[in-house]
Design a protein around this ligand. Structure first.
Ligand code: PLP
Length: 361
């Protein structure tokens, strides 16, 4: 069977060359005579894999030396608890709610202290990013938390907010590695891997060293970043195979020219969709233009029955998982790094065809 264009928001497409390399090494990894899945995480062969994965990620994202890179389990959602547990020293934290994931993060933090929502876009169903200025941040907050790219709604911060001396903590699950981000502007970056990096099961945390070591005493050891940093992400068994897959993805991105090249490629892909959306009036793109995501593109026909028909017919043409999140409806095309430009062009061709064949009354 041929591979389809999979527009799923996550888990999502992985680059074909990565899957092929993984397949060729699946049964016997190089000279080890075993699969990476069967290897001790303390073996020299595996040590080399995880070390290389970290150094490639550092190179790709230009991660400064005073940041630790952690390869953890539990998904981004586990970090919703790890963030307050590790960082709420004075018990105060400020959250920006720009979608469902940031809201969940805020809710989780409320279990551990005084977590306040300082800005929200819920008044317009999260079709924009609220303005974050220093004035709205409590001067004694331990940190400010944002979700950089809102996977469900298809919005993204046009720039990294300036939080002054207060550490900025960001969920980058659905935009990490899609373009360069200045890591030094963040106190902590975390991301579940299954959008743009690897299969589900791996969570990457990038944390500035001075933020380590202040976890609450009742923090579960698995959520204490310092313990993980001191043990090279191997306090217990790490998600070995996912880290290997991430390493292959990092190599693939480097081979294409790194994050600057990735950004150009992603801008081109997103423009194919947005340019078409702006040039017609059959479909509506609900997100305000300055806040459009390059990774998740949402649009609706305005008629739930037509939306349903669209998703069904797209699926039959090999354009998979285009149905929007249940809370938004309509359609969502997730076009992460691994989605080829041809996939986006095929989608736009189908959108035109569908609009012609299904006139609205
Ligand atoms: C998918 C996603 C999550 C949830 O990630 P899990 O790894 O399933 O916990 C959180 N935040 C963002 C921005 C996401 O896209």
């Amino acid at each position: 069977m041929n591979r389809v264009f999979n527009f799923s928001a996550g888990p999502s497409m992985l680059p074909l060359p990565v899957l092929e390399t993984a397949a060729s090494e699946l049964v016997c990894y190089r000279e080890t005579g075993m699969s990476v899945m069967e290897m001790s995480h303390r073996s020299p062969a595996y040590e080399e894999i995880i070390t290389e994965a970290e150094s490639l990620l550092r190179k790709l994202m230009s991660i400064p030396d005073n940041y630790k890179v952690l390869f953890l389990q539990g998904g981004a959602t586990t970090q919703f608890a790890a963030v307050p547990l590790n960082l709420m020293k004075s018990g105060k934290a400020d959250y920006v709610v720009s979608g469902q994931f940031s809201k969940k993060a805020w809710k989780e933090a409320q279990k551990y202290g005084d977590a306040v929502c300082i800005a929200s876009s819920e008044d317009k169903n999260n079709t924009y990013i609220p303005k974050v200025t220093r004035e709205i941040i409590r001067p004694d907050a331990d940190y400010v938390h944002i979700c950089m790219n809102n996977t469900i709604y298809g919005t993204k911060y046009p720039e990294i907010p300036d939080t002054g001396d207060i550490p900025l903590i960001a969920d980058l699950s659905s935009c990490i590695l899609s373009e360069p981000f200045d890591v030094s502007k963040f106190g902590v970056i975390y991301a579940g891997a299954q959008k743009n990096m690897a299969p589900a099961g791996l969570t990457v945390v990038i944390v500035r060293e001075d933020l380590l070591g202040s976890a609450r005493p009742d923090t579960p050891v698995m959520l204490d970043w310092k313990t993980m940093a001191d043990n090279g992400s191997m306090y217990n068994t790490p998600p070995c195979y996912c880290i290997y897959m991430a390493k292959l993805v990092y190599e693939w991105i480097l081979s294409l020219g790194g994050l600057e090249a990735m950004k150009l490629k992603n801008q081109r892909k997103a423009a194919i969709l947005y340019d078409y959306l702006d040039a017609q009036n059959y479909y509506t793109a609900p997100v305000e233009k300055p806040f459009r995501s390059m990774m998740n593109v949402t649009f609706v026909t305005g008629d739930p029955d037509l939306d349903k028909k669209f998703a069904k017919e797209a699926d039959a043409k090999g354009l998979k998982n285009i149905k929007g999140h249940r809370s938004v409806g309509g359609m969502r095309a997730s076009i992460y790094n691994a989605m080829p430009e041809e996939g986006v062009s095929a989608l736009v061709a189908f959108m035109k065809e569908f609009a012609e064949q299904n006139p609205k009354h």
